[in-house]
Design a protein around this ligand. Sequence first.
Ligand SMILES: C[S@@+](CC[C@H](N)C(=O)[O-])C[C@H]1O[C@@H](n2cnc3c(N)ncnc32)[C@H](O)[C@@H]1O
Length: 447
Amino acid sequence: MNTPATETSIPDLLQSTMKAHVAGQLDAAGKGYKLLQTLAPDNPDVLHLSGMFEGQQGSRERGHELISRAIAIDGKQAMFHNNLGLVCVRMGRLEEAERCYRRAIELDPDRFDAVSNLGVLMGQLNRLEEAEKTFQDLLERVPRFSDARQNLASLYLRTGRFSQAIEQCAKGLLTDPRNPLLRRVLGRAYADVGLTDLALELYRKWQQEEPDHPEPRHHIAAITGEGVPDRASDDYVRATFGGFAETFDAKLASLGYRAPALVGEMVAELLAQVPDKSLRVLDAGCGTGLCAEQVARWARSLVGVDLSQQMLDRAKLRQAYDELVQAELVAFLRTRPACCELLISADTLCYFGRLDEFAAAACRSLVPGGWLVFTVEAHDDGEGQPDYKLYHHGRYSHRHGYVLDVLSANGFADMALREVVLRQEGGKPVRGWLTRARLPQEPAAHE
Ligand SMILES: C[S@@+](CC[C@H](N)C(=O)[O-])C[C@H]1O[C@@H](n2cnc3c(N)ncnc32)[C@H](O)[C@@H]1O
């Protein structure tokens, strides 16, 4: 990127900065936007694009401020309002986001991305009828808009209206046959209603067309029970959460997601007598960092580890972690012996079947007397139940007795499992085990 000598080259600099931004050359893009703000502080395009960049990569507050300034200078650009809405969603300012999207649509009724964003937002706010109507009207106008089709199908899936979800996906796949999101929702909907043959057919066709795609492989194993991996592959986890990071917090909130709060409650019970800011805390599978505030009171330092860089990027924006590491969590724990007094993991070990490697690594990473608090999904302990099961939705559940056995075999004591509801899915509660365990003060002798 060339540095401009005069203001006349601002359009060129803007162009090359945008190019760097789109290509993911973030350092170059960041420098370009900074320079542009100095050279053309009142140029609305500069303010808008710099704000978008800040909202994605840096500070959401700064992003909000810059786009608002662009709007104050030129309030007639629907795109500015739409993008301010996106930044508001990331900041959790959902009512303001709604106003922004509506203003964008008022200015330009053909701004279909703003209409779709509004539909997604209605869904996040649990205004489900409005969300449905928004997508339906949009799809009447633009039947080939796959994102809107997939969002409507997901809405039906979430509310247990499986045949409508299937119908929407089938329609969408007619015009966009390889759309992975439509395939994902359709496979899930088929399996949810017991049409496992159709789900399997879909995943096999997908696998044939994209042999390296981790999703069909994982779901075929879940349905057939053949080749079930010990845990979800790194690629599967990255594929699942990569595209989900932006909307994770709002989406999960609308599903009554409680895993971080439950971990927080358990930690608060255990640490009632422990002085503030006295512990080194490790958050395994930290995602967007929803657990940070739950443990902040006790954390002298807080380290987060996660496989998904996009999730970590969101966690970084909270400015609550001393260190955020992109790594597979068991591999990471093995590199950090005796590094923490408290290890937490919310809604992450449901991507693990076998828990022994995790338990052994956690034992090494905790100091004697250290606490482990985590959630897994639950299935019953009845006769003949396997230790863990991989379900067609792609997550594992665990047997109560297995969790206890693994922990005690790996040196933990003082274990307790509490039955909890982690969130709602398809209108039904997802049951879990909120689990705690402690290492003895003196390490027990075990292999
Ligand atoms: C459902 S999210 C939960 C995130 C966060 N703990 C929370 O409660 O909001 C699960 C997270 O675990 C991460 N994950 C799953 N398996 C992992 C592994 N083996 N190593 C590291 N991260 C993993 C995913 O990338 C994702 O961010």
